[in-house]
Design a protein around this ligand. Structure first.
Ligand code: NAD
Ligand code: ZN
Length: 670
């Protein structure tokens, strides 16, 4: 093959590959390579295209803003295109950027340095002080209208109540999720068997694409604003516009800085390289913008980026250290997670001693051997991970790490379900870490929320044989005298604990069901099941078909429930908990009938409504004799639809010819 043919082939390969990565990143929010590697490939493609302009495709990833518009939302054209930013990972290129600017506009200018928030960009339009539209960047020319989703973000004002703002303006910013919220919500996902997100950016991005704004509202997002666009030229500089936006009530970051020289810019970059880990959210770099609007205009744009701004991106820090051992943790559901113990090393401001290895496949993929020298990285993620092995440093004859075959805690042969990456210890009734963490989960804040019974206490009580099952917690009062012999456990703490246990008997069925810790039954799933089946007897008797008929209950969850209830020990435990007075029936709110006008009619409420919450509409229907169903079937009479209803629901209702009505039409029927 000639050199030219080779170049052509490489251009094609890189183009295809980068398009796929764009899709994974923007549409699926599940990227499979690091940003750094992506940017290197993009740079390689740009260089090749420059050398061989005859092969340069106007639709190349080097020429287009990377995102996409979807079919699920209304498409809206941007009044001002939403561009990307040029980026660099090194100082020299930043100095080159500074030189280019100086050549074009002289030396008399300032930069604004801002944190580069790692989320997704959003454009919001305000008319007469009211938020009327929010649109994603999409392909830069048009984006998805996600106004109802953005309305759920507390820090985005729905209505401005002070300030001298123009009648019409557009403001742009970054929607993101704080690290803490991410960890909490991602843990929930993992618990209920959903696909975990790798970092807060992906989570925020995935959330904005949801059709159900009610679900979006449950995931706390935040938004920093960093660009203002108006028809009338109100301000002379970007800096002024940021101050004004702040005074109108927008969330503008306090960590921006006016810089007179590129040296000041570099100081700012170096300062945040370390300090960024102390922020409550992730940033992936610093954005540097020429401050003055008329100078910005002079510099202009390329098809993809402004020439007056650049992003300096931090490379995820990598260090090399030694793998000391691999240990295996047994979780609440029996999942066995390998963890690497490392020779302690400083990385991104913290000492790293451990890294997650996820599962057996990951160990194979890395080709990990005993005593290997490994590269560890801490990117946007919280838990460091092993990126690769340094084969040059492998000791001759070092054996490969073999995933264990038996449970490290109880010795039972591990099992792996088809299509799953994790191995499980099936001995859930006899495996100590599973028993202890099941009880810890049960008393936890999100489940039964029992005061005075902490994780350590449970561990000790298990070792002392006071506790072996969840139901034993409700017999603790019988062991009052024995409890007093425990270290650091005074009369007052015991009282407090027993009161907490007694009080927990009032917790609703959905909390109890979640507390049982059945695999894949997270908080939301537990709620759905309880709302549908109402009693444990009906849930226990449900067949696979009946279970999957419930909204959002898939086969995997259904199978897990069936297996759980097949266990005789599980059924005994439930019977015992029932006799101890725990709630296994959903408390139906007493409905005071106001009229019979909807009697005999069935409804489902979907989407979001301006004037009512879904719960309010549900009450109205029930107070007038109507019945709420939990899934669309031929038995359904009406679908009450608001904004942003899921397309699957709509399709199903249409297929079954079910009348779709608005909230107003519903009220009209009463
Ligand atoms: N890993 C992958 O598979 C993959 C795939 C596609 C893209 N990517 C990454 O995404 C990048 C391209 O994304 P991009 O086009 O959004 O560019 P970018 O994220 O590098 O920079 C532009 C974006 O920065 C954001 N931003 C944050 N803070 C800002 C501030 N203070 N001022 C202005 N803008 C700010 C805006 O959303 C803006 O659109 C790539 O360079 C790559 O790093 C990764
Ligand atoms: Zn075990």
């Amino acid at each position: 093959m000639s050199a030219v043919q080779q170049a052509k082939q490489l251009i094609d390969t890189l183009t295809t590959e980068l398009r796929q990565h764009n899709y994974n990143y923007y549409v699926l929010a599940q990227p499979s390579i690091s940003d750094y590697d992506f940017d290197k490939k993009l740079e390689q493609l740009a260089t090749l295209e420059k050398q061989h302009p005859e092969f340069a495709d106007p639709d190349s990833p080097t020429q287009l803003v990377g995102g996409e518009i979807t079919k699920e939302f209304k498409t809206v054209k941007h009044r001002w295109p939403m561009l990307s930013l040029g980026n660099t990972y090194n100082e020299q290129e930043l100095l080159d950027f500074d030189q280019r600017i100086r050549k074009a506009i002289g030396d008399n200018f300032e930069y604004v340095c801002e944190l580069k928030f790692d989320g997704l960009s959003m454009s919001m339009t305000y008319e007469n002080g009211k938020l009327v539209r929010a649109v994603t960047r999409g392909n830069g020319v048009e984006g998805d209208e996600v106004t109802t989703n953005v309305r759920t973000i507390h820090s985005v004002p729905k209505k401005l109540d002070h300030g001298n703002y123009p009648d019409l303006f557009e403001i742009r910013g970054e929607v993101f999720m704080h690290r803490k919220a991410f960890e909490r919500l991602n843990d929930d996902r993992i618990e209920s068997g959903e696909v975990a997100y790798a970092n807060p950016r992906n989570f925020a991005s995935g959330t904005m694409k949801l059709q159900d704004s009610g679900e979006v509202a449950k995931r706390p997002l935040d938004c920093f604003l960093y660009f203002l666009y108006t028809e009338k030229v109100l301000f002379k500089t970007h800096w002024e516009s940021l101050q004004a936006a702040k005074s109108w009530g927008f969330h503008v970051s306090e960590h921006s800085k006016l810089c007179g020289t590129i040296t000041e810019v570099l100081d700012f970059i170096n300062y945040w390289e370390e300090k960024r880990f102390g922020l409550s959210f992730d940033i992936d770099g610093i954005v540097i913008k020429v401050n003055n609007y008329s100078q910005q205009e002079e510099l202009g744009f390329t098809a993809k980026v402004p020439r007056w701004a650049i992003a300096y991106k931090y490379k995820a820090e990598q260090v090399e250290t030694v793998l000391e051992s691999v240990v295996y943790n047994v979780g609440r559901t029996g999942a066995v997670t390998p963890v690497a113990n490392l020779k302690p090393i400083q990385l991104a401001g913290t000492t790293v001693k451990r890294a997650t290895l996820h599962n057996a496949n990951q160990i194979l993929l890395l080709d990990l051997h005993e005593g290997d020298s490994v590269y560890v990285e801490k990117g946007g993620e919280i838990i460091p991970k092993i990126i690769s092995v340094n084969p040059a440093k492998r000791k001759p004859g070092a054996p490969a790490i073999e995933y264990i075959t038996h449970c490290p805690a109880c010795g039972t042969l591990l099992e792996r379900k088809e299509g799953e990456a994790a191995f499980y210890c099936p001995n859930d009734e006899g495996c100590p870490p599973q028993i202890v963490s099941k009880m810890q989960h049960f008393v936890g804040r999100k489940a039964m929320n029992i005061d005075g019974l902490g994780d350590e206490t449970i561990e000790t009580m298990y070792q002392k044989d006071f506790l072996a099952h969840i139901s034993d917690i409700y017999d603790l009062h019988l062991h009052y005298d024995e409890l007093k012999t425990m270290d650091r456990f005074g009369e007052k703490s015991i009282r407090n604990m027993l009161d907490g246990i007694e009080k927990s008997k009032q917790m609703p069925f959905e909390k109890v069901l979640f507390g049982l810790g059945i695999r894949y039954i997270g908080e939301t799933v537990a709620k759905k099941l309880v709302a549908y089946f109402k009693t444990i007897e009906r849930l226990q008797a449900a067949s696979l078909e009946e279970l999957v008929a419930v909204d959002e209950i898939g086969e995997r969850i259904a199978q897990s429930l069936i297996e759980y209830f097949e266990g005789e020990k599980h059924r005994e435990e439930i019977t015992k908990l029932q006799s101890q007075g725990l709630q296994f029936v959903s408390e139906e709110k007493e409905v005071v009938l106001q009229s019979e006008s909807l009697s005999g009619k069935t409804f489902i409420i979907s989407g979001t409504f301006e004037k009512y919450s879904r719960d309010e509409l549900k009450d109205i229907i029930e107070q007038n004799g109507g019945k709420i169903l939990s899934s669309i079937s031929a038995k359904l009479n009406y679908l009450v639809a608001g904004d942003n209803m899921g397309p699957a629901k709509l399709e199903k209702a249409n297929k079954l010819n079910i009348p779709i009505i608005s909230d107003e039409e519903l009220l009209g029927m009463i």
